[in-house]
Design a binder for this molecule. Structure first.
Ligand code: UD1
Length: 324
């Protein structure tokens, strides 16, 4: 099928492109390079530099005829979204409406959307399955939920079939080492740890060690980015086969604490990785773990690369050449 991958030069997008190519799809990357890099574009020659805020650019590209749009072109810093919601409203909501309207104009039928576990907010039970109430704690999560709601209407009124994939914590790099470009100014745990290990940052700040968890630090469900990417291909197959939309969690169903990841990173990199305990980061829940039974049932999907060893090793392979 012909796939237009919005945000395909980004961290998750580049891995999605590799999986779409491996599955035999024809891939074009559409990206404004605000956080993505040219180094991470696959295939290199199928690149359109453009912004989802530019309706005409989207429409001009979609006029060429696509079967599926995969949309990963969004801002994702939960903390920033609470300070500058207008940036998130504009790009993540208005930008996505542009995308959907261009799809309607040109009759593109399938849409794969990067949603997030942030749509759930503070968990009322664990593991979090798709029936869990949605009550985002930050504006970023709200933008994702808002699009899910709009998608339900475009499905009903315009026949667009969509897959909203609620990612838990994306981490790791392509096990085959094809993705080499680093994320710019990362704020997430594993890339921050890698930057400390590589000597690009002085220390890790552990945001709180007084949570009601086994070692007092936050627990998250880290899912390997290649597992996520495989989930996108499986979601497209599901939509095609069943002519139906779906909303699913993509998580490993394993909870890892900040200290567990840190300890494994010290062991695997052989670097001291200095860390200090600081105050909790506002809006951080103690523990988030996915229930991913639905993805297994509908998509035959299960995380395969999301063990801590693979998460850290595949990341270190990319950061090691940048060691100071
Ligand atoms: C958040 C969002 C998630 C979004 C992701 C992408 C929520 C609930 N989750 O994940 O939807 O897709 O960002 O950016 O909004 N930590 C430290 N020190 C650091 C960095 C992180 O101790 O320097 C800790 C955090 O307190 C947390 C864990 O590490 O316990 C993971 O944090 P992070 O990688 O930022 O991801 P989330 O906040 O869970």
């Amino acid at each position: 099928m012909k796939a237009l991958i919005l945000g395909g030069a980004g961290y998750i997008g580049s891995h999605v492109c590799l999986e779409f190519l491996a599955a035999g799809h024809h891939v074009t990357v559409f990206d404004n390079l605000s956080s993505g890099t040219k180094e991470n574009i696959f295939p290199e020659e199928q690149f359109v530099e453009g912004d989802i805020m530019d309706y005409d650019a989207l429409s001009q590209e979609m006029r060429k005829g696509y079967d599926v749009v995969v949309h990963l072109a969004a801002f994702k810093a939960a903390g920033e979204s609470m300070l500058v919601p207008e940036k998130y409203a504009r790009n993540n909501i208005a930008g996505t409406i542009n995308v959907l309207n261009a799809m309607v104009e040109h009759g593109v039928k399938y849409f794969v959307f990067s949603s997030s576990a942030a749509v759930y907010g503070e968990p009322s039970y664990l593991p979090i399955d798709e029936k869990h109430p949605t009550n985002p704690e930050n504006f970023y999560g709200f933008t994702k939920l808002e699009i899910e709601r709009i998608l339900a209407w475009y499905d009903k009124l315009k026949g667009i079939r969509y897959a909203a994939l609620r990612y838990f914590n994306a981490a790791g790099y392509d096990p085959q080492g094809r993705v080499r470009g680093l994320e710019k100014n990362p704020a997430n745990l594993l890339p921050v740890i890698m930057e400390v290990a590589a000597g690009k940052r002085k220390e890790l700040q552990v945001f709180g060690n007084d949570y009601p968890t086994k070692d007092g630090t936050g627990i998250r469900d880290y899912v390997h980015v290649s597992d996520l990417a495989i989930g996108h291909v499986a979601a497209l197959n599901y939509m095609k086969k069943n002519d139906a939309s779906l909303i699913v969690n993509l998580g490993s169903e394993e909870g890892l604490s900040v200290l567990e990841i840190l300890e494994q990173a010290r062991r695997i990199t052989g670097k001291p990785i200095p860390a200090i305990i600081t105050a909790r980061r506002p809006g951080d829940p103690a523990k988030l773990v996915a229930g991913s039974q639905l993805a297994q049932k509908l998509l035959g999907w299960k995380a395969r690369y999301s063990d801590v060893e693979t998460l850290v090793k595949t990341s270190w392979n990319v950061y090691l050449p940048h060691c100071k």
